[in-house]
Write a protein that binds this ligand. Structure first.
Ligand code: SF4
Length: 250
């Protein structure tokens, strides 16, 4: 067992969801198209930094090959709509004035033990400016609020990892791919302090302790509406048939 920032966020939103997703490792049989879309956007960006391949070309080649794959589409998306949006959005990203064109590391996996106790894996999308800049790429349907770069736990966690393994970044932020008819790119920047890192460390320790105690209560809330495990929680007939057990990522 290890933690990632997604699993910590899952635990904080609903410990029962954490158990289903990260202990039992249940995943929906038919994956969401929007998740595959985001993964291919990430891959196209990484290939641009590593091999200078035009990102929209990488995206187009991979997404076209996915035409026959069964995905769960939502919000009016289809395979063709996502193909068009992916190409447009990557073209915009490539020519955006704030997009960095050189990277220090790309999609690099790092392992640490938080406070010598909590096994923690991360894959950090991008560092640049000789390791001083940390960026995370996001796909979203609307702009992020300004406070997100300042408060988001993922940027804090990854600053913690970099501070432990290389050096503390002086600037952190999101590059947001806003997926709509006319796509937009939004960059949001902030910083992290030693107090922010200490706060993250306390959260990680508390979550780890609760997991060791097998504290996996259901915490219903707004998040249930989009939770993958709603069929299990609502005792939908044959809900178990919607899922497969997946191997650990790390
Ligand atoms: S549906 Fe709600 S209560 Fe059930 S696992 Fe998801 S978030 Fe938790």
């Amino acid at each position: 067992m290890y933690l990632t920032i997604s699993s910590i966020k899952d635990y904080l939103s609903c410990p029962f969801k954490f158990r289903l997703s990260h202990v039992e490792r249940l995943q929906k049989k038919v994956p969401k198209a929007i998740l595959a879309f985001g993964t291919i956007i990430h891959f196209s960006i990484a290939k641009y930094y590593e091999e200078k391949v035009i990102p929209k070309e990488t995206f187009k080649a991979i997404w076209q090959a996915e035409a026959e794959t069964e995905y769960e589409y939502s919000n009016g998306d289809t395979h063709e709509v996502l193909l068009e949006q992916g190409e447009k959005i990557l073209e915009k990203w490539h020519s955006h004035e704030e997009t960095p064109h050189e990277a220090t590391t790309v999609e690099k996996q790092r392992y640490i033990e938080i406070a010598g106790k909590v096994p923690f894996w991360s894959t950090i999308d991008f560092t640049g400016e000789n390791g001083n800049l940390l960026l995370d790429w996001k796909t979203a349907s609307a702009k992020y609020p300004d406070c997100k770069a300042k408060l988001d736990l993922q940027l804090t966690a990854y600053s913690y990892v970099l501070a432990e393994t290389e050096k503390m970044p002086t600037k952190v932020g999101f590059g947001v791919f806003i997926k709509k008819k006319t796509p937009e790119i939004q960059y949001l920047f902030s910083t992290r302090t030693k107090e922010d890192l200490k706060n993250f460390e306390k959260i990680a320790l508390k979550v780890w302790e609760s997991i060791q105690d097998e504290f996996f209560v259901k915490t219903p809330g707004m998040q249930c509406s989009w939770c993958d495990y709603l069929p299990i929680c609502t005792d939908e007939p044959e809900a178990e048939n919607f899922y497969i057990v997946v191997p650990p990522r790390y």
